[in-house]
Design a protein around this ligand. Structure first.
Ligand SMILES: *[C@@H]1O[C@H](CO)[C@@H](O)[C@H](O)[C@H]1NC(C)=O
Ligand SMILES: *[C@@H]1O[C@H](CO)[C@@H](O)[C@H](O)[C@H]1NC(C)=O
Ligand SMILES: *[C@@H]1O[C@H](CO)[C@@H](O)[C@H](O)[C@H]1NC(C)=O
Ligand SMILES: *[C@@H]1O[C@H](CO)[C@@H](O)[C@H](O)[C@H]1NC(C)=O
Ligand SMILES: *[C@@H]1O[C@H](CO)[C@@H](O)[C@H](O)[C@H]1NC(C)=O
Length: 413
């Protein structure tokens, strides 16, 4: 017993040594050598003082970054406003020039990005890419689904593949599903990476870049997806960005909202319109936004990140304009700012029940007439999807019948 315990503990001590050595090594590589190799990264220590009237015009100097497109953290002196753009403030949901100036202060006047620069892969490299996913078909896809997910959500991805992300939802039209991921660190991250790579080989629906997969990096993830469409699938008719805990009625979206029989829309952006929302200044909130990051009192109209849809032509425009807009971690707000900068106002959906960023209680009737509902466990997704598939014709009549038989049986018992 005695021997065993000592044996175990010297082992544990060795392991501890090894682990701390590895940790130190990873730390050094990540914090010291890597930054030197790739130049000063934009997310750390940017030399910009923001706020107040005196804004310094500075430029991050880096030999490497000149080759790559990054989100510039450069803020130029406030541009003088065009007073005659007063109608466009209304259009993008801003009520005053003061808010427009808050917006302007986030942008760098669109002067730094060389035209050829913006079609690179973004500030990070791909670890997994699907460069030919879009060009494989004979015609440009009608819909590209961009689904934000994390490595550990394997079950959710599999459920989506079998349900609303199944390509056979729109077999003749061209339908692409892509899961968007960053990478995780540490030993767990290493194991997850191996599994992800084999999942990718099996399904070929994963794109991943070399940034830390965290909530605060969700904007990086989203811009990766938008950049992918712009670069590798520029002729896609429509794009939807959504999350992996969503129920998405892709069939309704395609057949009833986007309508393949109609001419493709341009400059079209829709979803759950959040109009006139103020930045959350409560530090404990998930949606906290510091006055330093966003000085304005109101966001421009944006669409909830749980699900928004836009025409393919916008991918390039949004990505391009983003290169001169300061990074904000709230992905949907950020995309809203890009749109405002483009002067594009999100279109309200035909009715307010289509895009739900909360969970709508299930009935085949309701679910056959909505596009998104939030907060699904993979098992629920499978269950409700299959129920909906077998009831989608006469969904409302069937739902009524079901309810009547339920109340009837209640009364009988
Ligand atoms: C880096 O840039 C500086 C000037 O900014 C230049 O003198 C130097 O040669 C560059 N180095 C490389 C490796 O390009
Ligand atoms: C701004 O809009 C108001 C009312 O909509 C109008 O009276 C005014 O002339 C506009 N200003 C400019 C500079 O266009
Ligand atoms: C910003 O844009 C305005 C008008 O578009 C232009 O006059 C001004 O020179 C630009 N500022 C810089 C620093 O490029
Ligand atoms: C997609 O749907 C088709 C037809 O309903 C089905 O045969 C196929 O197995 C589904 N794919 C997955 C991954 O479940
Ligand atoms: C975002 O990703 C970068 C690159 O991996 C990382 O250095 C940074 O810490 C991440 N940011 C957050 C807030 O997680």
């Amino acid at each position: 017993m005695q021997w065993r315990r000592r044996h175990c503990c010297t082992h544990a001590a060795k392991l501890l040594y090894l682990l701390s050595f590895l940790g130190l090594l990873i730390f050094l590589v990540h914090q010291v050598w890597l930054p030197q190799l790739i130049g000063l990264p934009w997310w750390r220590g940017h030399p910009v003082v923001f706020g107040g009237e005196k804004l310094e015009s500075t430029k991050v100097k880096s030999n490497v970054s000149s080759k790559r497109s990054t989100w510039h953290f450069v803020i130029l002196p406030r541009p003088t406003f065009n007073v005659d753009t007063n109608s466009s403030h209304e259009k993008i949901g801003l009520s005053s020039l003061q808010e427009q100036s808050a917006l302007d202060s986030l942008t760098a006047n669109g002067t730094q990005t060389e035209p050829q620069e913006f079609m690179l892969d973004g500030p990070f490299d791909y670890i997994i890419n699907e460069q030919n996913k879009c060009s494989e078909g004979t015609l440009a896809p009608f819909l590209v689904l961009l689904i934000a997910t994390e490595a550990r959500q394997v079950e959710a991805r599999n459920a989506i593949r079998q349900t609303w992300g199944n390509e056979s939802v729109a077999p003749a039209l061209g339908f692409i599903r892509l899961f968007l991921l960053g990478k995780n660190e540490g030993e767990l991250g290493f194991v997850q990476q191996k599994m992800l790579e084999s999942e990718s080989r099996r399904h070929q629906d994963i794109i991943q870049q070399n940034f830390l997969d965290s909530y605060k990096n969700l904007t990086v993830k989203t811009m990766m997806g938008i950049n992918w469409v712009a670069k590798y699938c520029p002729h896609a008719a429509y794009v939807m960005k959504t999350d992996s805990d969503m129920f998405v009625n892709t069939e309704y979206l395609i057949q009833k909202l986007l309508r393949p029989d109609l001419a493709q829309k341009k400059n079209y952006f829709t979803g759950n319109n959040m109009r006139g929302f103020a930045p959350n200044r409560n530090k404990n909130s998930k949606w906290y936004m510091s006055p330093e990051s966003y000085p304005g009192n109101k966001y421009p109209t944006f669409c909830s990140g749980t699900g928004y849809v836009f025409s393919g032509d916008l991918a390039k425009k949004i990505y391009r304009v983003s290169l001169n807009i300061r990074y904000l971690h709230l992905e949907d707000v950020y995309v809203g700012i890009c749109l405002a900068q483009l002067g594009i106002e999100p279109t309200p959906p035909p009715n307010e029940f289509l895009f739900n960023h909360w969970r709508v209680s299930y009935s085949s009737c309701k679910y056959s007439h909505l596009i998104t509902s939030h907060g699904f466990h993979p098992n629920e997704l499978l269950k409700y999807w299959h129920h909906l598939q077998s009831n989608k014709h006469n969904a409302c009549i069937n739902a009524l019948k079901e309810r009547m038989s339920r109340t009837h049986s209640k009364r009988v018992h």
